[in-house]
Design a protein. Structure first.
Length: 108
């Protein structure tokens, strides 16, 4: 059972994302008993930039999705997520320890 602070942290993160989210994301449902994707309130950042780094090539950043940790599936890497009608695959998941997780995405 989660500790009292973890419960408070989860409730606070969920409330904040309900108010501050800029999109509804749909994460592939891995639960065999339920059908359809799971809707989550999230903050989407479509960060992509490319440029020359001297003679070495280019630098880029990935699109990312921030959401409450309690809404992230246990093993999210490789799952499909849809944001604003665009399909992505979850490339990495980074829990920041404050009840928020950042999912790094790549185009599906």
């Amino acid at each position: 059972m989660p500790k009292p602070f973890a419960l408070l942290e989860a409730r606070t993160a969920a409330a904040a994302f309900r108010r501050l989210s800029n999109c509804a994301a749909f994460i592939e449902n891995v639960n065999e008993t339920d059908n359809g994707d799971v809707r989550v309130d999230a903050i989407f950042a479509n960060g992509y930039a490319a440029g020359q780094v001297g003679a070495l090539g280019m630098a880029s950043s990935q699109p990312a999705l921030a959401l409450p940790t309690v809404q992230v599936p246990a093993n999210p890497v490789g799952l499909r997520v849809t944001v604003n009608g665009q399909a992505y695959l979850i490339a990495d998941a980074r829990n920041d320890g404050t009840g928020e997780t950042h999912l790094l995405l790549e185009l599906a």
